[in-house]
Design a protein around this ligand. Sequence first.
Ligand code: PEP
Ligand code: MG
Length: 596
Amino acid sequence: MKRALSLSGIPVSPGVAVGRAVVWIVRPDAAPRRDLDREQVPAELERFRHAVDASLREIGEMADQVRGKLGNDYAAIFHAHALFLKDSAFLGPIEKRISTEGVNAEWAVSVVAESLSAKLRDLPDQELALRAADLVDVSRLVRKHLGDGGASRQRMEELTGDNIILVADELTPSDAIRIPRERVVAFVTERGGKTSHAAILARSFGLPAVVAVPKLLVSVGEGDRLVVDGRDGVVWREPPEDVVSLFLERRGRELTVEESLKRRSLGGIARTRDGEEVAVRANIELASEVRDVLGYGADGIGLFRSEFLYLSSEGVEFPDEAIQTAIYREALERLAPRPVVIRTYDLGGKKGARHLVGTEEPNPVLGLRGVRLCFRRADMFRTQIRALLAAASAGNLRILIPMVSGVEEMRRVRAFVDEARQELDERGVPVPDNVPLGAMIEVPSAAITADLIAAEVDFLSLGTNDLIQYTLAADRANEHVSDVFRPHHPSILRLISRVAEAGRAAGKPVAVCGEMAADPVLFMLLLGLGIREFSMGPRSVPALKDVACGVSAADAARMARAALSLSTPDDVAALLLRESENLFSGGAELRTAVTV
Ligand code: PEP
Ligand code: MG
């Protein structure tokens, strides 16, 4: 048995889990090249043709499944995939390379697919350019049937066993959303950051998680027994029994406190000690989380990340208008009269969606993401807006637009909303007169022009995860710059203060839906900067409601004014750590990521 070893990383989701490691690996994208002897060539060609046949069969099965669930339009995606596998322009050059160059099939497939997809991507015709991504998918499938895997990992859905602790290099948002929660009890990754979507999802799901653990994949092997402490960022390999007991005892004590905060949270909206009402809502990714919104006593939904409707199905199943309407309607009905803020698709960037963009972007986080992609894929956007408006009469809907960089985009969105309203009117679908439309403030240009945007929308919502990322030029999911990603940087304080002021002047509410709101100390700072509407993962709601009730808004404002006068993040951190302890008189623990 391996000896006990303790590793540490960035804690991103609290709790303790004990289980066995399942190592979830990415294989390199480029297939290795093998040179064949002449006499091996015919067998290699045969092996390639078998792989093509097997891929066609698999595509047919997938198409049948999707057709059954979503209808013919979606199954058509697979038709395009199958065409490549019958096209001599794709198959011919592969066979030629195998026979004339005497190389292995995996290598020939990856080289031909890469060069053909590069040509497709360069075509001016958008529809043809979209085929490039299909071709890459098809080539991966053929490589899988050649036994190469072609950069694909084991499917999340195929994980077997219980008490699994997932050990990976990193998890994308669509990986994380598909974690089988009945089998996986925690995850640990070698890369990542506290505000990456995988980390956000871990908190939503109550899965303990630690990211950015150096040398994780060389230290932990398949089947190793692990303890994960998501509060302090510790991962034990083959832990001694007394260590396991200590962790479990501590977790027992934490659960008792969490239960009592949860009970109190169900008692209604929070009020500060000096009587200011503070709304604490939940952020969700899946409709199934509505249960948690109610269970943890949230005052509605502050952010429904609707793109996960798509990402949770590996980017295959875009729910059609009727399905979307039903999903939104159900959330609205169950939470009425509480507000439900549904954000339109924030796809692109790190949330993949290569199929939708039509090409690999060299720098996707600064590319076709959020509302920009919605404009590019106007069909998808129109459908979503219609579904939202058609559901609106079921409750208290607010529509939120992601990645807005200025006023013009919101004007364009309004035109989409007006058009959708008219279409529904013609169909006889009733839509309430006023469905509030808001802009996310998460791009620095939007924060700087928040006064102009506020004049044209009904509300603003600060997405601090991206606002910090883009303002400080520090990738939110990159552990190498996690020390640069500082929510209490003076630039961030000034931007938030400016946005809060713009909202006040225009009489428009300003909410914070980024992860900053879930940090008790930063919550007090935000309260002091004038914010009265917050949202966060459902499980964080009870503790933050307790913080809201245990502080006076006037004291928080004094602390925020002092913080605004400081010049470095360290000075701000020192002030916040000193003052917040003095200001707060509640039961929650003031655990914070703020450090000097
Ligand atoms: C944000 O950027 O702060 C936000 C709430 O949106 P997301 O985390 O989904 O990018
Ligand atoms: Mg964002």
